[in-house]
Design a protein around this ligand. Sequence first.
Ligand SMILES: [Zn+2]
Length: 468
Amino acid sequence: MTLQFRNTLTRRTEPFVPLAPGRAGIYTCGPTVYDHAHLGNLRTFMFEDLLVRHLAWRGFDVFRVMNLTDVDDKTIRGAREAGLSLDAFTRPFKDAFFADLETLRIRPADVYPAATDHTEAMIGMIGALIERGHAYQAGDGSVYFRIESFPEYGKLARIDRAGLKPGARVDQDEYEKEQVGDFALWKAWTEKDGDVAWDSPWGRGRPGWHIECSAMSTQYLGPTFDIHCGGVDNLFPHHEDEIAQSECCTGKPFVRYWLHSAHLIVEGRKMSKSEGNFFTLPQILDQGWTGREVRYLLLSTHYRQQLNFTFDGLKAARTSLHRLDELRRRLEDRAGDAEPGGLPGFASARREAFGAALDDDLNISGALGHLFDLVREANTALDHDGMDPPAAAAVRDLLTEDLDHVLAVMEPDPSETGGDADLEALLERRNRARAERNWAEADRLRDHLADLGWKVQDGPDGSRLVKI
Ligand SMILES: [Zn+2]
């Protein structure tokens, strides 16, 4: 199986052929930092993490850019309502976003450009678009992209150009397909913008949301790059407008592969604040779930399928992770101090099938199916003394190192050990007693921990505490 992706631009599944052999340049639209990221946002970032990790596992040198949208209609409105400067308003949301990424074990991007640090590049791009006849300054002082000047406009979202009204303009960042028109590149200052404004050849104002991503992706990845990702809700108008701006500015194709993840719903319903099912990651963690469990759940549905986030799903994720933990522990016990030998035949076959499934447009359900076949087969082999210590060490490393470069779910979370110094000390005393084969003392300390509400779970990296 060659590596292939479903390309939204062509609506076809195509072999992945990067611009430069062995390298992959990726741009992923980052968060708009006007609020905490919700589960739907995190689902998109998780799919992108799987993409990046799989490419890296396949030996690609990945360079990933993720922008931070810290100036747009929403951030300006939020800052005004909070009575704060734009920076003071967005900073806590930026920090919270990075904390979420860490909790979910999402591999950091190589660069996180913030829109407010790149207004010069945006102004340069808008100037070039005006020069080439693709943009104009309207009577309200704002600069608009002239979609009439780009016959390919609509190729990503498949817009019927027959319905376009010549000269129609739209000045907000987000709009419906029915409102298609010339869209704002530079928005002239109005009172609502407060002190959010930059000087430009067209007067004081601020960039539109779409030009931000065109300018930042070009600056870090060049005029043409390999992969652009995002949630399907950004396909129109955001990504459509990015294509128009970039291709008209540089005269080159913008992106070779467009990958979009589907929506997330919660307990079968659309996520919304009024439905009371609008969750952030900290809200889920407060209910006693771990980042690892949320990661597993968000990861386990194919990115182009709608993901139904449920608490039963989290329970199932917990069970799956326990099965993996359990096998790790058994393999560790069997391996002892042995050096890893060759992989048993069943394990290398499953490894191959796992990789082939992911090569096929990141078929994660297929890949996890092969992983749990491996779990079953390894347990059977252990039950029947079918694995010698070097083989057990090799299968352990396959799980915890090789495959975990892609999955990143094998290591328990620090939160799973309680993080309390007194509890940690008790656990350590119990482990020492166990190592010294002082079973009575080990059992006494285990029971004491249980009285305090913590169950001891033994694993390959030692023991951890799990809340009862
Ligand atoms: Zn973007």
